[in-house]
Design a binder for this molecule. Sequence first.
Ligand SMILES: *[C@@H]1O[C@H](CO)[C@@H](O)[C@H](O)[C@H]1NC(C)=O
Ligand SMILES: *[C@@H]1O[C@H](CO)[C@@H](O)[C@H](O)[C@H]1NC(C)=O
Ligand SMILES: *[C@@H]1O[C@H](CO)[C@@H](O)[C@H](O)[C@H]1NC(C)=O
Ligand SMILES: *[C@@H]1O[C@H](CO)[C@@H](O)[C@H](O)[C@H]1NC(C)=O
Length: 460
Amino acid sequence: MAKSTSPLLHHSTAATATTAQMKQMLYRRSSSEKSHLYHQLLRKHYRWVLWLFLSVYLFLSSSTPSSFLPSPISRRALSQSRTSSSSSSSSSPSLKIYVYDLPPEFNRVWLSNPRCATHLFAAEVAFHEALIHSSVRAVNPLEADYFFVPVYVSCNFSTINGFPSLHHARPLLSSAVDLISRSFPFWNRSTGVDHIFVASHDYGACFHAMEDVAIADGIPEFLKNSILLQTFGMKSPHPCQEAEHVVIPPYISLGTNLWPAPEIAKRDIFVFFRGKMEVHPKNISGRFYSRKVRTEIWNRYSGNRRFYLRRHRFDGYQSEIARSVFCLCPLGWAPWSPRLVESVALGCVPVIIADGIRLPFPDAVPWPEISLTVAERDVASLESVLDRIAATNLSAIQRRLWDPSIRRALLFNPRGIVSGDASWNVLQALEAKLDRRSWRRRRRPRPRSSQSNLDWVRWA
Ligand SMILES: *[C@@H]1O[C@H](CO)[C@@H](O)[C@H](O)[C@H]1NC(C)=O
Ligand SMILES: *[C@@H]1O[C@H](CO)[C@@H](O)[C@H](O)[C@H]1NC(C)=O
Ligand SMILES: *[C@@H]1O[C@H](CO)[C@@H](O)[C@H](O)[C@H]1NC(C)=O
Ligand SMILES: *[C@@H]1O[C@H](CO)[C@@H](O)[C@H](O)[C@H]1NC(C)=O
C-alpha cells in the first residue's frame, strides 16, 4: 500500500493510546491516504494532465481556439477522472460505528488461509476491513450509533469437500457475544439492538445450506434483536430473515485480470452458465438441489449450441462471463448466487431464475432495468424469452447495465469505503434504519478527558 510514514492503527496501539492520539493518527492516516490516492490518480491520468497542460499552453500561445477542442476520447478520459475524484471526496454517511477489537481467534486467525478473504461468503471480512479504514469508525464507543461485531464464521473450510463448515458459527458467535456483554456495557444496555453482525451464508443467520434444516434451526436467540447483514433475501416472510437485516451482495473477487470495459467486450456467447448441475438431482430426504431448475436447464438446453452450459469448475470462468450476452443465475440451495454480482460486474445481463428473491440495494441498483427474471416454472420457454429480448430491448438493458456506478454498488473494497460501493450502500441502509428507530441517541459531545472512556477497551 502507501509508502506512508503514518503509524498504522494497530489493535495493540488502539488499546493504549488516548483518544486524542488516535484521532491524530486517524487524521494523519487519512491525509496520507488522500495524497496516495491523489498520486495514483495523477499517475493514472498523467497523459491527460499532460494533454490538458499542452492544450492550455497551445491555446494561450496560439490565437486559434480550435486547437483546444478535445477529441472525443480525451473528453471521455477527462470525465472519467472527474468522476473518480468526485467519488473519493465522498458524501460519506454521518453515522458512527464502533468496531469491537475482538481477540484474533474470532477473526484474524482465519486469514492464515487466503481463501478466507476471497470466497463468496467473504463479505464478513471485506466489510470489517473497509470499516476499520473508514472515517465512519468510532474510536470512542460512547460516540457510536452502532457496534460492529467482527466474527468470521465461514472460514473453517472442510478439508474433505472444501466448503465452509458452518457448524461452528453458532458457538463462535455466542462466545463473542458473551465476551462483549461481559466486558462492555453496550450489549446489555440495548440487548444487542444496535449491534451488527454479518451472516453471508445460504440462509443467513440460520447457518445451514438446506432450507428445511435452516428453518428448523432458526436464527439463534442471541442474534434476534440485532442487525444482520445477509446475502439471503426473500420478498415473502421467511424464518431466516425474521431479524432486522440488510440484504448485501455476495463477495466477488474479480481476479487480477483487467477486464475490458463492458461496452467494448466481444460477446460471442449467447447464453452462459457454469456450475453444479445435477443430472440426477440428489433426493436428500426429499430435497432437490436448485429445486431441479438447473437439471431442467441442463436437460433442455445442453444440446443447444446457443447455450454454453458447463458443469465443471474452471478458474477462468469470469472470462466466459465477459464474453456472454445473457448469464443464467438460477437458485442453488438458496435463491441468491455469486453469479448475480459477477454478471453485473462483467456486463452480462443476469437472467434471474429464483422465485421470490429479494435483491441487494434496490435504491442503488435498478434491478428491473438491468436484469431479466424468469419464473422457475417457465424454464421451458427460456430460449424464446431471450430471443424476444435480444430482438427488442437488449441494447437498452445493456446501456443501463454498463453504467459503472451500478457495478461499483455491488463490489466491496476491502481497503476502505469508496463512495457508492457495497460497504457505502450498507452504511446508507444502516443510516436509514437509524432515522426510523426510536432508540437513536443524541450523540454526546466529545468528552475532554478521554482516558476514562477507554476503560472498556481493555479486555477483562
Ligand atoms: C471447524 O469445523 C470442524 C467441523 O465442523 C469442527 O470440528 C472444528 O471444531 C472447527 N474448528 C474450529 C476452530 O471451530
Ligand atoms: C450483562 O449481563 C450479563 C447477564 O445478565 C452479565 O453476566 C454481565 O456481567 C453484564 N455485563 C456487564 C458489563 O455488566
Ligand atoms: C424423495 O424423498 C422423499 C423422502 O425421503 C420421498 O418421499 C420421495 O418419494 C422421493 N422422491 C423421489 C423422486 O425419489
Ligand atoms: C423489455 O421489454 C419487455 C417487454 O417486451 C418488458 O417487459 C421489459 O420490462 C423491458 N425491459 C427493459 C429493461 O426495458
